[in-house]
Design a protein around this ligand. Structure first.
Ligand code: MCN
Length: 832
């Protein structure tokens, strides 16, 4: 019995939909090019925008001359920062993580100063896209250079140059979460002072670019004082509220539509300058306008992700019992605070303890301004960073203790009989069994044989060494209980809304506030409704992504859609059944209590097979000739679901990696993972989500990095330099599942959209290190390019720009040890 059946007492037909590997309804139109992407839209009289962008990272704008642009063929108008200064307001930041947080504001178009390469300085409006783009070069803008701030550690040092010279420092906020030493009242430092062994690491989360397949694109159509905006966005509902606030267009006069959207990965969880500029210019000109970015514009100016320096200390006794965890982060905000920029590291704050029972924990984070494009949500947002840090440092601790890394994890993880378990960070983990998932993953990988091979290669001094990396993870997703988000100062709630419309012919329309951009909600929601209402899967149509159709919604991110949005759908279905039951009782001349509801049909108990189908009731109530007194003639219903807890998927990911010690070339030999995402609605979609997540997590470990030169130019501004892997670059994945139902939602599901991305990165890096640790390597900086791997092996350090075991957050010069177990960075011959 599924959780839905248990809750509703409903028995679906013999063919249950939940759990069925349905092919995705939406794919036919997506993969055959039969859909209308935002950039495909053509409106009568539509004008095209191109943006003139700053070629320098930090400068005062001293002179702007756009007269030649105005004369260019096809150009209708040009707007500079001063033209729009009065009405552009500031782009929103919805997550002030501390009351003292400093927000310099963010103009959609720079007025007198630019703070990162690519910032908009003028907007050209022309009759065609090419005319607009051709005129960009004619803009004559002079810049007076200012010092460029790029390195976070330098940015927070005394006397650092300032990104915003009207601010006192480059620090936006200092966020502290100190759980202290549980049960003793003493602080975390005491736990460290009392521990036998302390290991410290400085880890780098390199800057990443979401690199969605469909570039950002916006069309705005003004009609009198009404505006319709089509945008390739993840968040039409939030965008509508924010755009109304920024532009002053009344919310009820603004409709936002997200048509089919070709991926987002957090990168389209944003209110973009260009969305606001399109609205402002359409309002000025009274004409429809369109802007679609080029790929280089996308890589250069869409928000980036990660970019943190993590100083991590872990404390344990000699037997490997964990005693404490301290984390200090420098988090690169970039030049401005975007929609949830400051909240990303704070979201991770609660996940650093991972699946382990730490008695003491402290987290501190400085949000730091630099002259780079702002960072913001990127698949996992805060949680991949936390998982990477804890899973990396657990391996380092195991080495220090001379313990097997798996045994160290086993000794400290939460046992299956301890759920629900409240962690040192205050989260109540809902359900799971780490041991079973790990056992299955070990079998899938063929762990014992690979360990034996590793031993053989080591003993024979093989040029190609083998390593096995472990990542046992959990994450908080299904964002989120609204009250909890409120307590974290997030600007919105975490509920989701759904409505079910029973059409006269018995077909069903499901209106959802979730906004899929690749996740397959149309298919999964149809499965949920088919089981709940007992109607054919094909009879359900899912409507989304248009504020005129789905008026309430909080959109898709944080692996929330099934857990929160799907739950709203089944809650709405419950209400439809309850309403239909009254009508069925009336028409069947029976008591409501005597009615069974099975496979979409109400029948009087004891007479199965007879009775009235819910689809017939939909027609009867449309005619409304005969229905009970005192009720409305409709069985449509809506529901808003606000979860009481996050959901906590978990899993064990294992990577076997070959490292060529002479070339530094790495190759994933085998990747196996077992994930627990609670009830699985559609196994095909879940597997696809895991695969996609793995690709992104492995890409962080091996391939991707946004790199700026010393002047603040993005040198990875094309796909030639920013290495998004293709299927050919990835191994076969051996995946499996355990199923522990989530008690916090009516489906019993946990989110899956980010799991693979969160879990895989440390598994890959741990595997590479495991292969070459006997050669004296203790860290390799991501991405693990052959050069870095070679340098780490042959010259010491992390293969990047400095030795690894060196500094910790608290001023220690090397790995701190109180029991004679030590790692001395200098012995590695680091090339600092
Ligand atoms: N699902 C399921 N059973 C479960 C869990 C989920 O069948 N136990 C299904 C759901 O029904 C849904 C899909 O898996 O069809 C993902 O569900 P969920 O975990 O709720 O995640 P969301 O739908 O909220 O998607 C957001 C998540 C995030 S945060 C990022 S980033 C991401 C991701 O999804 N970006 C994506 N996956 C992506 N996939 C594509 N193709 N493109 C992106 O931009």
């Amino acid at each position: 019995m599924t959780a839905v059946e248990e809750r509703t007492g409903t028995t679906p037909g013999p063919e249950k939909e939940i759990g069925k590997a349905r092919r995705r309804k939406e794919d036919a139109r997506l993969i055959t090019g039969k859909t209308t992407w935002t950039d495909n839209m053509v409106l009568p009289g539509m004008l095209h925008l191109a943006v003139v962008r700053s070629p320098v990272a930090h400068a005062r704008i001293t002179h702007v001359d756009v007269s030649a642009v105005r004369e260019a063929p096809g150009v209708i108008a040009v707007f500079t920062g001063s033209d729009l200064a009065e009405e552009q307001g500031s782009l929103p930041c919805a997550w002030p993580v501390t009351p003292e947080m400093v927000n310099p504001g963010h103009p959609s178009i720079a007025v007198d100063q630019v703070n990162h390469v690519g910032e908009a300085v003028a907007v050209i409006v022309a009759r065609s896209k090419t005319a607009a783009q051709d005129a960009v070069e004619l803009a004559d803008i002079d810049y007076e250079p200012l010092p460029v701030v790029l390195d976070m550690e330098e940015a927070v040092a005394d006397g650092a140059d300032l990104v915003h010279d009207h601010l006192e420092s480059n620090t936006s906020y200092h966020f502290v979460f100190d759980a202290g030493e549980m049960g003793t009242g003493s602080d975390t430092d005491q736990a460290f002072a009392d521990a036998d062994v302390v290991v410290s690491r400085r880890l780098i989360q390199q800057r990443l670019i979401p690199a969605f397949m469909e570039p950002r694109s916006v069309v705005v159509q003004p009609q009198g004082d009404n505006y319709t905006m089509w945008s390739a966005t993840q968040i039409p509902h939030i965008l509508r509220v924010m755009a109304a606030m920024v532009t002053g267009i009344p919310e009820h006069k603004l409709r936002v539509v997200a048509p089919d959207v070709g991926g987002g990965f957090g990168g389209k969880l944003q209110v973009n300058p260009e969305e606001i500029l399109c609205l402002l210019i359409a309002r000025r000109l009274g004409k429809p306008v369109k802007w679609t970015e080029t790929r280089s514009e996308s890589l250069m100016t869409a928000h980036h992700g990660r970019d943190q320096i993590q100083y991590v200390d872990i404390a344990a006794d000699r037997e490997g019992n964990l005693k404490g965890l301290r984390v200090r982060l420098l988090a690169d905000m970039g030049a401005y605070l975007r929609l949830i920029t400051p909240g990303v590291p704070a979201l991770g704050a609660f996940m650093y303890p991972g699946i382990y029972k730490f008695p003491a924990y402290r987290f501190e984070c400085d949000g730091v301004f630099t002259n780079k494009v702002p960072t913001d949500a990127y698949r996992g947002a805060g949680r991949p960073e936390a998982t990477f840090a804890i899973e990396r440092i657990m391996d380092e601790l195991a080495v220090e203790l001379g313990m097997d890394p798996l045994e160290l994890r086993r000794k400290n993880w939460i046992n299956a009989d301890e759920f629900p378990f409240t962690t040192v960070a205050g989260l109540a983990y809902d359900s799971g069994d780490y041991e079973t998932a790990t056992q299955q993953a070990l079998e899938l990988l063929g762990y014992d044989e690979l360990r034996a091979e590793q031993q053989r290669r080591r003993e024979s001094g093989d040029r190609v060494q083998l390593g096995i990396g472990i990542s046992t993870f959990t994450e908080m997703c299904g964002l989120a209980p609204s009250r909890v988000l409120g307590s974290l100062s997030f600007g919105a709630g975490g509920w989701e809304h759904a409505a079910i419309r029973m059409l006269p012919t018995g077909k069903v329309e499901v209106v959802t506030g979730s906004t899929p951009h690749g996740q397959g909600h149309e298919t999964a929601w149809s499965q949920l409704v088919a089981d709940s209402l007992g109607v054919p899967f094909e009879d359900v149509e899912v409507l989304h992504g248009d504020t005129a159709i789905s008026s309430r919604g909080l959109d898709t991110y944080g692996s929330r859609s099934l857990v929160v949005g799907g739950s709203a759908v089944v809650k709405a279905a419950d209400k439809v059944i309850a309403k239909a039951r009254k009508i069925a009782a009336h028409l069947l001349e029976a008591s409501e209590d005597d009615l069974d509801f099975e496979a979409g049909k109400f029948s009087v108990r004891g007479t199965p097979g007879t009775g009235l189908g819910i689809q017939e009731i939909a027609l009867a109530i449309f005619a409304a000739h005969n229905y009970p007194e005192g009720i409305e003639p409709s069985i449509d219903a809506e529901a808003t679901f606000d979860p009481e807890n996050f959901s906590f998927p978990h899993g064990t990911h294992l990577c076997a990696m070959e490292v060529d010690t002479e070339t530094g070339f790495v190759k994933i030999r085998k990747y196996a993972c077992v994930d627990d995402v609670g009830t699985i609605v559609n196994p095909l979609i879940v597997e696809g989500q895991v695969h996609g997540g793995l690709a992104q997590g492995i890409a962080q470990a091996l391939y991707e990095e946004a790199v700026y030169d010393a002047d603040g130019n993005l040198t990875t501004g094309t796909f030639v330099d920013y290495l998004v892997p293709s299927a050919n670059d990835l191994p076969h994945f051996d995946t499996g599942n355990t199923v522990h139902s989530a008690p916090g939602n009516p489906i019993g599901a946990k989110g899956v959209g980010e799991a693979g991305c969160i879990a895989s990165t440390p598994a890959v890096v741990n595997a590479a290190l495991d292969a070459v640790r006997h050669l004296g390597v203790t860290d390799i900086r991501m991405p693990l390019t052959p050069e870095r791997v070679w340098r780490a092996i042959h010259r010491g350090g992390d293969g990047g720009d400095r030795a690894t075991a060196g500094s910790n957050a608290y001023g220690g010069a090397q790995t701190e040890t109180t029991a004679g177990v030590s790692t001395d960075a200098s012995s590695l011959g680091g090339d600092r």
